[in-house]
Design a protein around this ligand. Sequence first.
Ligand code: FAD
Length: 567
Amino acid sequence: MLVGSFIQSSCNTNIALAHSYHRRQPTSDLIRGPSKGKWTSPVHPSRSFVSSSGFLKDKKLGLLFSHSRSRNTQRPLIVVCQDSFDYDVAIIGAGVGGHGAALHAVANGLKTCIFEAQDIGGTCVNRGCVPSKALLSSARRIRELRDRHHLRSLGVDVADVAVDIQAVAGHAQGLANRVQKNLGNSLKALGVEVIHSRAKVKSSQLVELANGETIRARDIILAPGSVPFVPPGIQVDNKTVFTSDQALKLEWLPSWIAIIGSGYIGLEFSDVYSSLGTEVTFVEALPNLIPGFDPEISRAAHRLLIQSRPIDYYTRSLATKVIPGQPVQVVLSDADTRVVSRELQVDAVLVATGRKPNTENLGLDDDDANLGIKLARGGFIPTNEYMQVIRGGEDQVVVPHLYCIGDANGKMMLAHAASMQGISAIENIMGNRHSVNHRAIPAACFTHPEIAYVGWTEPQARQEASQQGFPLEKSIAHFRANSKALAEMEAEGMAKILFNAQTGELLGCHIIGIHASDLIQEAANAIANQTSVYDLSYCVHTHPTLSEVLDEAFKDAKRKMLSRNIR
Ligand code: FAD
């Protein structure tokens, strides 16, 4: 490999990549032109393009040139003889994280391949976001149509509502297939080489396929995602005891289901099952249901999504033994003392106790790979803010050329976070130092009504305020004061914003109510762009729309700031 010198003769025809747009080193010392240190640009307009990071790239020669727009000149950066690498970037895992990374890589002219052992689109498309939202879409309509009182108030009367479970499941599967196909097509259309094989890391620049073949890549991105975590003592038979992977297939409808775990996945399934007439019992290890959300929102969710439905629950309880069968035997133990507290016999159990990184057989701990990586707690791949894999434990040393994105690094186990991390990894591979602001990434739970949030919860914000010494304020607006929500007759819920009362910086936003998942984006963008609540209060919101709920909260925030004489 030649780096940092002008490449001639034997290597000339192989010049394919100016790798070190990577490091943005001064170019003049590194590359001298053919005559008297002057470079005559070989870039031909018809085969060149400006990459998204502002570099002009020659498609044929593959050289990258720093492009001076003002002088309209180009100078090559470090030139690397590519023949020692098969790809610039190899991505292991074609979930949404890998897909996002691949698309950004090819958009920047990197020769890219992606390995997928199972289904293109990974969890999100095949066993997660996409099919679950399809089920929830059916659930919403069933719940609405069966709520005769609600419909009569809107002047609508419907006869009995029949539900075809197979058709509901078919809708979810059909959608997953369609999105999977779209994703696969987009990869191929853009020139990403899709390799259908399990892959493992042999070294930080070498990948081994299932058939023993190896592929050399300048940089490797690990995007292996996650799989359901099943606590010890629980036997999964995929018939009466199952995880979300199986539940999404909706093969049969139990009369009574115990859902172990009341996080967002358990909560969304409780919405689906209860709409279909199944009784639900939550088993939750923590003192309160719906943990992880802002406590005030959790309490509202408890009222709207649990109390008003055929749902009961055991908190501070661990399902220490679950034996499949008809009925399923469930042994609950006190979460603190581990003493058996009760036994349940239910028709089915959904295990929704979180997810674990899919790092088995990835080669990270193989002796011959010699990467020295110590997996973090829970098996996550230790990764720094630039998505570079680090050795882990006390050792923060970066493993060169190895990146990890998505669920497997445990930073934020959400589809859009995985995708953004993929983009970020590519930026860093190209030498554009980039880190993701995870505090500006929103999250949503697609129950009815929905829950969504971005930024700090109130307890987190209070802690930061007392540590950093700034005044914290909150403003709450209610859907019951919103004309559109009232017109829809879905006026339950609220939006709460947390802000620095001195600067107006938006620190967190938490919404429960109709279309919360769409409404949260305004707050997420404000956090990302550091727009103050004061400025937000002057943004005009369409009337009558649900967005006016947030408008109310921003205006209340402005009043609170003005009352402190601060602008
Ligand atoms: P994955 O999507 O898990 O993809 C990893 C891919 O890598 C897989 O296809 C796997 O086969 C492949 N792979 C692994 N190892 C190898 C290997 N060695 N060689 C080759 N290929 C390999 N998130 C949201 O943002 N919104 C939602 O509404 C939402 N709903 C969800 C609902 C459910 C029921 C579940 C389970 C998850 C949901 N999520 C949601 C989470 C979301 O699905 C994940 O955060 C996201 O899929 C993570 O993407 P990823 O690319 O990191 O991994």
